[in-house]
Design a binder for this molecule. Structure first.
Ligand code: SF4
Length: 77
C-alpha cells in the first residue's frame, strides 16, 4: 500500500510480524536510511530532502511500531 506523506508518495508499508523479523535477521535485511547511499550523515537526513522519519533504523527496531515503511528510493550504500 503506498504511503502518502506530505502530499507525496514516499514508500510502501510492511507489517512487522515474526516471520518478517526472523527473515530480516537471517538475511541481514538492509532498508533503513542510515544504510542508504542517499543518506547525508552530516545532516542526519535524506540528501533528497525526503521526509525520512518513517524509514530510519530506530523505527525498524522499535517494538511499538507495527509496520515498516520502505522507501522507493533506497539504494544500498
Ligand atoms: S532515499 Fe529514502 S531510504 Fe534513502 S535516505 Fe532518502 S528517505 Fe532514506
Amino acid at each position: 500500500m503506498p504511503v502518502q506523506m506530505r502530499g507525496r508518495c514516499a514508500g510502501m508499508l510492511q507489517r512487522k510480524n515474526e516471520i518478517f523479523l526472523s527473515e530480516s535477521r537471517n538475511f541481514h535485511f538492509a532498508g533503513s536510511c542510515e544504510l542508504c547511499a542517499h543518506h547525508d550523515p552530516g545532516r542526519r537526513a535524506c540528501s533528497f530532502f525526503w521526509p525520512d522519519e518513517a524509514h530510519r533504523g530506530e523505527r525498524v527496531l522499535d517494538p511499538d511500531q507495527e509496520e515498516i515503511s520502505f522507501c522507493k528510493d533506497f539504494e544500498l550504500n
